[in-house]
Design a binder for this molecule. Structure first.
Ligand SMILES: NC(=O)c1ccc[n+]([C@@H]2O[C@H](COP(=O)([O-])OP(=O)(O)OC[C@H]3O[C@@H](n4cnc5c(N)ncnc54)[C@H](O)[C@@H]3O)[C@@H](O)[C@H]2O)c1
Length: 439
């Protein structure tokens, strides 16, 4: 019989597998509400850092930085991290999977999902709930994860519960969106869905029950692809407006006064774990089913090629030959106000500029990754540069410090600012003696 009772957080023990951009704030969201959470990750350095209270994430719970939330939950003992899956499996009843499927040049790496499923399987007990929140190729919960879990001899839906809920958070808004973004959930059977609903209700206010796991898996991938397609569209509009010499951002702002139009914003490309990978999560199943996905593949290619356009916009506007030029890049994160540079289009723009002989110095105080082109200050970035290229917005970068730019940048020819973020006002930039090129 279905139980509609709510769970008492203080009685809930959860093992969360994967402590990345999704897993860590999700684990803390449960801990804040009184649950006991053991976070499991295979990355020993990450686990050590988290147990010391260190994270590079930029999330905030209301106004409290994630670092303070983490410190408090470690201190009160409601959260700790481990690499030992058996510890979590023996102590908890609820398990949430948040590990990903990396895609490198179109090739999927399913090994994280497989090893995580095996780790859960090795300690699965009667009555446990496994809730998958990773973004998957539709069909994988039932066709890939469930068989591994059932190698225990336990049957999904009878001996243990198996459910799927897509993760819809945006990095930087995770705590708020775990709570306030409506979430979809489904189970291998009705009781699994209900178990998942009760667990999710501790954090999430609005849940929509779907008739099958495949509906939720597909919806997630399609939500992300829809953004990919819409971004490709506005980037085509940007190319058109540039050729016509009109401001694409003005066009978009005015077009959006139409009540049924909602154009997105063009930029230097599409990055991060979610949107660039989304099509690749649909194609294996679409190929199997013989569905061509022509528009979606074209949109992906358009977005993939934007860095080529940005790099050539820089190269052709430099006051000196590329082989003698230095370019200052401001912002390398995959999106504004993020520390995440996975699949960041900025990295591709930098690679392409370097290939044409340009020396690049990039400044981004929020991104912790190390690169040989990365510098620690705006001064270092712009010193002797012939161009400034803005690829992501971050706090702590003096984008409008024209005086510093003029003082430190090369005096060979007129310096250029390439703006992919609609940051600058043309007349102001020109008043300070720069050429402005905006996408
Ligand atoms: N980042 C986002 O904004 C976002 C939003 C919605 C959905 N998603 C989806 O959520 C999932 C996680 O994304 P993420 O950005 O948190 O990824 P991430 O790379 O930041 O985190 C994944 C973590 O899983 C760990 N891991 C790998 N194999 C493991 C295993 N066998 N056991 C335990 N831990 C293991 C990794 O070490 C890593 O720390 C992906 O499916 C992604 O598509 C991400």
């Amino acid at each position: 019989m279905l139980s509609t009772e709510t769970l008492k957080p203080s009685e809930v023990k959860i093992g969360i597998f994967g402590l990345g951009f999704v897993g860590l704030p999700l684990a803390l969201s449960y801990a804040i509400r009184g649950c006991q959470v053991i976070g499991v990750d295979v990355d020993q350095n990450l686990v050590n850092e988290l147990n010391r209270g260190v994270t590079h994430h930029l999330e905030k719970y209301h106004d409290t930085p994630i670092q303070e939330v983490l410190a408090e939950q470690l201190h009160n003992g409601r959260f700790r991290a481990t690499t030992d899956a058996r510890e979590a499996m023996s102590q908890c009843r609820y398990f949430i999977m948040t590990v990903g499927i990396p895609v490198v040049e179109g090739n999927h790496d399913f090994s994280h999902i497989e090893s995580c499923s095996r780790a859960i399987s090795s300690g699965l007990k009667k009555g446990d709930l496994v809730l998958v929140r990773s973004t998957l190729v539709p069909g994988m919960t039932r066709g890939f994860i469930m068989p591994i879990l059932e190698e225990t001899g336990l049957k999904a839906g009878e001996d243990f519960y198996l459910a799927y809920s897509s993760e819809r958070i945006a990095e930087g808004k995770a705590f708020d969106e775990f709570e306030n973004m409506p979430s979809l959930v489904s189970g291998i059977n009705e009781t699994s869905a209900e178990e998942a609903r009760r667990l999710m209700s501790i954090v999430t206010k609005e849940l929509h029950l779907a008739t099958s796991i495949e509906v939720v898996e597909s919806s997630k991938v399609m939500e992300n692809i829809s953004r990919d397609v819409n971004i490709a569209m506005v980037n085509e509009f940007a190319r058109f407006c540039e050729a016509l010499d009109i401001d694409v951002f003005e066009v978009i702002r005015l077009a959006n006064t139409h009540k049924r139009v909602k154009l997105l914003t063009p930029g230097p490309g599409v990055g991060g774990y979610c949107i660039p990978n989304a099509l690749h999560y649909l194609t294996p199943k679409a190929d199997e089913l013989g569905v061509p996905l022509k528009l979606l593949r074209t949109a992906r290619k358009i977005n993939n090629d934007i860095p080529v356009f940005v790099a050539s916009l820089v190269t052709k506007n430099l006051p000196v030959p590329a082989s003698e030029a230095k370019v200052a890049v401001l912002g390398i994160a995959m999106k504004d106000y993020s520390s995440d540079d996975r699949l960041s289009p900025a990295l591709e723009v930098i690679r392409l500029m370097q290939m044409s002989g340009i020396k690049v110095s990039a400044f981004d105080p929020a991104v912790p990754s190390n690169y040989d082109f990365k510098v620690e200050s705006l001064e270092e970035a712009v010193r002797d540069a012939h161009a400034v290229v803005v690829l992501a917005k971050q706090d702590g970068i003096g984008y409008n410090n024209f005086r510093l730019f003029r003082q430190l940048m090369s005096k060979a020819g007129t310096p250029v600012i390439v703006d992919t973020k609609n940051l600058y006002n043309r007349s102001e930039v020109e008043k300070h003696g720069f050429i402005l090129k905006a996408i």
